[in-house]
Design a protein around this ligand. Structure first.
Ligand code: NI
Length: 399
C-alpha cells in the first residue's frame, strides 16, 4: 500500500494525540464495572457521533458497533475490537485522572483500548474517501467477567452483514516498553475456568476434635493434593496453572466451622487436557473429603477458551506493524496465561490479538495489569491509534 497513506495516518494520529489522551483520562476517571458500562457507552456513542460516525448502541445492553464505509463498501470488511469495562480495584495512583469511583478502576487498560479505537475511528473516518471496503468497530462490554460480552455481541450479529474477513484486537502490555508492539503466534492465551469447592464436615468445639469432622484440615489437604494436577498429571510441555485465591473457613479460635468454601482458577492452552483436568480436580477433591469423613461439592464453570491466532493474519499484521513502527519495534512474545474473550471472535473469523507496549521503567511505569498502581506511558496511545488504522486499511486492500 502506498506510503503516502501511511504518512497521512501517522500525521493524523499525531495531531489527534491530545484528544485521545483526554478521552483516555476521562474514561480512566469514570470507570464502570462489567455489564454496567452505561455512562461509558453513552460517552463512546457521543464521541463517535460528534465525528459523524454511524453507531449502533445497546448491543447486549452496553455494547456498541460503529461502522465506517469507504468507497465501494461491499468490497471487503474487517473488524476492530476494544473492550470497555473496568475492575473492582481501588486505585492507588495519585494522578490528575485518578478514578473518581470508589473501589472501581481501569486497572486492565480497557480505557486505553477504548480511547485508542475511538482515535482509530476518527482517522478512518477522515480517510474514508481514500480506501475501499467497510471497517466495523466493536466496543465490547464486560470482558472481565464471565460469561463476558463477546459471545452475546456475536449472538446479536456484530460479525454479520457484512461479515468481516478478519478481526484485530490489542491489549496493553507493561512488560513491553512504550514504542514497541508484541505478537504471539499460535495459541496465545489460556482458557480460564472458575472452580468452586465446598468442603463439608461437622463443626463443633475446637477442643474436642474427635467429635467433629474438621473441614479446615480436609480443605488444606485438598489444596495441597490438587497441586499434583499441575506437577504430576499434566504433560510438562503443556502450560497449566491452578491457583486458589479464596479459602473461607468461617469459624473462630475455638469453633470449627461446618464447611469451607474455596474458589480458584484453572488455566491451560490445551483443550483436551482442560476437560481431563476438570475430572481429575473433582475426583481428587471428592475422594480426599470422603476419605477423611467429610464430603465435597465441586463446581467448575467453564470460562473463555484460548485465543487461536490466525497464522496468515498474524503474519500480515506483523509485517504491517514493521512498516508502521519499524522492524526494531516489533517483538515476538511468548504465550500468556491471561484469558480473553477475544477468543470467541477468533473462532468465527480470522483473528489477531497483539500487545501494545505501555511500560517505561525510567518513569517507574512497571505495575502489572490488575494491580492498584497500574498505569501506562500515554505515548503508547498515538502508536495504538495509528497502527490499528494502518492494519485495518491493509486488510481492506487485500483482494
Ligand atoms: Ni484486559
Amino acid at each position: 500500500m502506498d506510503t503516502q497513506l501511511k504518512e497521512k495516518i501517522k500525521a493524523l494520529a499525531k495531531s489527534n494525540s491530545q484528544k485521545v489522551i483526554d478521552i483516555r483520562r476521562h474514561l480512566h476517571a469514570h470507570p464502570e464495572l462489567s455489564f454496567q458500562e452505561f455512562k461509558t457507552a453513552k460517552f463512546i456513542a457521543e464521541t463517535l457521533r460528534s465525528e459523524g460516525i454511524a453507531v449502533q448502541e445497546g448491543i447486549a445492553q452496553t455494547g456498541l458497533l460503529a461502522t465506517i464505509q469507504g468507497k465501494n463498501p461491499k468490497k471487503r470488511a474487517t473488524a476492530l475490537r476494544a473492550d470497555i469495562d473496568a475492575l473492582p480495584i481501588q486505585e492507588a495512583n495519585n494522578v490528575p485522572y485518578k478514578s473518581t469511583v470508589d473501589g472501581v478502576m481501569h486497572a486492565c487498560g480497557h480505557d486505553v483500548h477504548t480511547a485508542s479505537l475511538l482515535g482509530t475511528a476518527s482517522i478512518l473516518n477522515t480517510l474514508k474517501d481514500e480506501f475501499e471496503g467497510t471497517v466495523k468497530l466493536i466496543f465490547q462490554l464486560a470482558e472481565e467477567k464471565a460469561p463476558g460480552g463477546a459471545l452475546s455481541m456475536i449472538k446479536e450479529g456484530v460479525l454479520e452483514n457484512p461479515k468481516p474477513a478478519s478481526i484485530l484486537g490489542q491489549h496493553v502490555y507493561v512488560k513491553t516498553p512504550v514504542g514497541k508492539v508484541g505478537f504471539v503466534e499460535g495459541v496465545s492465551s489460556a482458557s480460564a475456568d472458575d472452580i468452586y469447592i465446598t468442603v463439608k464436615g461437622k463443626g463443633g468445639h475446637a477442643a474436642m476434635p474427635e467429635r467433629n469432622v474438621d473441614p479446615v484440615v480436609i480443605a488444606s489437604h485438598i489444596i495441597i493434593a490438587l497441586q499434583q494436577i499441575v506437577s504430576r498429571n499434566c504433560n510438562p510441555l503443556t502450560p497449566c496453572v491452578l491457583s486458589f485465591g479464596k479459602v473461607v473457613a468461617d469459624g473462630i479460635t475455638n469453633i470449627i466451622p461446618n464447611k469451607v468454601n474455596m474458589a480458584g482458577t484453572l488455566r491451560t492452552l490445551d483443550e483436551e487436557w482442560r476437560e481431563e483436568a476438570h475430572q481429575k480436580i473433582t475426583r481428587i477433591a471428592q475422594g480426599m473429603a470422603e476419605a477423611m469423613g467429610g464430603s465435597c461439592e465441586c463446581i467448575i464453570n467453564k470460562g473463555y477458551p484460548p485465543i487461536e491466532q490466525d497464522a496468515a493474519l498474524t503474519q500480515r499484521a506483523k509485517e504491517g506493524a514493521k512498516e508502521f513502527i519499524g522492524k526494531e519495534n516489533v517483538v515476538d512474545l511468548t504465550k500468556l496465561m491471561g484469558a480473553e474473550d477475544f477468543a470467541y471472535y477468533a473462532k468465527k473469523t480470522a483473528g489477531c490479538f497483539y500487545l501494545l507496549g505501555v511500560g517505561n521503567e525510567a518513569k517507574g511505569i512497571t505495575s502489572n495489569v490488575h494491580t492498584p498502581t497500574f498505569d501506562i506511558d500515554e505515548r503508547a496511545l498515538t502508536i495504538g491509534v495509528g497502527l490499528m488504522a494502518w492494519l485495518a486499511l491493509k486488510e481492506l486492500s487485500l483482494n
